[in-house]
Ligand binder design. Structure first.
Ligand SMILES: C[S@@+](CC[C@H](N)C(=O)[O-])C[C@H]1O[C@@H](n2cnc3c(N)ncnc32)[C@H](O)[C@@H]1O
Length: 269
């Protein structure tokens, strides 16, 4: 995967940092703790966690399956000094194989929706978490992420992106590969956690106002392009989604469009 298709640019937006900071804040970490950052990507949340636990005894273990994202995370965090950050290439469903001692907290930010086998991952998290440890996740890809007042924008964005894809590249997404990924509702996430041995400690929905630049930059991310335009080459998908977002913003006269993030902190039941 080329560097041009990572989440790095999107992750620099203040609204994105705000939702991640809020999750870290409501979890309540302490100096010296040992924390896992599952699906660490290019390290935006890893940095926040390392800042919170900062001290020589602290450890943050960044777990990420993508080699190129992990490499970028290493680069982005090479100047972190106050906490030990360990990078592990691997998937959440094998967590207990590479984290052997119980940890104080596990974060899974902006990634749980990508995992088809969520129950398996929750079992691994149970295995790896201290008895009084916390599991925190956030997601903006759940059924309810698009507020009703933003529906018109999302519809227009996709219609315009598909039109640009057809007229500029003569292609359409492969509808037979349309995401098997089912987006859970807030209630389904809560039920899933409770059925897998967790007790909800905190739950919030945060609405952020995303500027056009946020939609342009999410359109540069490979997992987003592959999710909404399956089977489409990344360059063509990126360009069409950017054109679509610009046209939709312009037609609707928008400065921002709202999007919801679900934030959950749970302990072991
Ligand atoms: C949208 S990024 C989020 C990165 C970072 N956590 C953040 O909040 O900015 C999602 C990340 O989850 C990773 N991911 C996907 N499936 C995973 C799995 N089964 N286990 C762990 N990470 C996974 C992807 O490779 C990607 O880097």
């Amino acid at each position: 995967m080329s560097d041009g298709f990572t989440l790095e640019k999107f992750a620099r937006h203040p609204f994105y940092q705000e939702v991640n900071r809020r999750l870290v804040a409501i979890t309540g970490l302490h100096r010296g703790q040992c924390v896992v950052d599952l699906g660490a990507g290019t390290g935006a949340v890893t940095r926040l966690l390392a800042e919170q636990v900062a001290c020589p005894e602290a450890e943050v273990i960044a777990v990420e399956p993508s080699e190129s994202a992990l490499e970028a995370a290493r680069r982005n965090l090479e100047n972190m000094q106050d906490a030990v950050v360990r990078f592990v290439q691997g998937s959440a469903d094998k967590l207990s194989q590479f984290v052997k001692k119980p940890v104080d907290a596990i974060f899974f930010c902006n990634a749980i929706h990508l995992v088809p086998e969520k129950e398996l991952v929750l079992k691994e998290i149970q295995r790896t978490l201290r008895i009084d440890g916390t599991f925190s996740f956030n997601t903006s890809f759940y059924d309810g992420a698009e507020p009703p007042e933003a529906e018109q924008f999302y519809r227009k964005w996709m219609v315009k992106a598909l039109r640009a894809l057809k007229s500029r590249y003569g292609i359409m997404p492969d509808r037979t590969r349309v995401e098997a990924r089912h987006r859970l509702t807030e209630a389904e996430y809560i039920q899933l956690l409770e059925e897998n041995g967790f007790r909800i400690q905190k739950k919030e929905v945060m609405t952020v106002q995303m500027p056009l630049g946020g939609f342009e930059d999410i359109s540069r991310y490979n997992l987003w392009i592959e999710g909404v335009l399956p089977g489409v080459p990344l360059e063509a998908g990126r360009d069409s989604l950017i054109v679509g977002a610009r046209e939709a913003f312009k037609e609707l006269g928008l400065k921002t469009s709202p999007r919801n993030w679900l934030l959950v902190v749970a302990g072991r039941a």
